[in-house]
Design a protein around this ligand. Structure first.
Ligand code: SF4
Ligand code: SF4
Length: 106
């Protein structure tokens, strides 16, 4: 186990238990990049450049920018391909399958 300092918005929700619904706490993507993020941004450690704070949603939560605005992170993506890119990225990062992070926040 290693210890890592991450910075998150003060209004971010607390990290839930693994395998429960993702609440957008941002812990996973602040700590390290997922496989999609590693390939696109060429970095393993967080924070991922695509991690974006949405203060107007659910009292504030983080979302993956590859899903919300893929063209702003993948410059070569044609506008017409955004819908397809969202679908592919969602599968790639297993969006909607619940929290898969083992991180313990102290
Ligand atoms: S997957 Fe888990 S750690 Fe990552 S944002 Fe969702 S709840 Fe937070
Ligand atoms: S899910 Fe999105 S924000 Fe999180 S590490 Fe992967 S690419 Fe980055």
């Amino acid at each position: 186990m290693h210890t890592q300092l991450i910075h998150l918005h003060r209004a971010a929700p607390a990290k839930p238990a693994k395998r429960t619904s993702c609440n957008g706490c941002g812990v996973c993507c602040a700590a390290e990049t997922c496989p999609a993020g590693m390939i696109i941004f060429r970095q393993r450690r967080g924070p991922c450049p695509a991690l974006a704070w949405h203060g107007d949603e659910d009292g504030g939560r983080y979302r993956c920018g590859l899903l919300t605005s893929p063209a702003s992170h993948v410059r070569w993506l044609p506008y017409a391909g955004e819908g397809l890119a969202r679908t592919l990225f969602a599968r790639w990062i297993a969006a909607g399958t619940g929290c898969d992070s083992d991180a313990e926040v102290g």
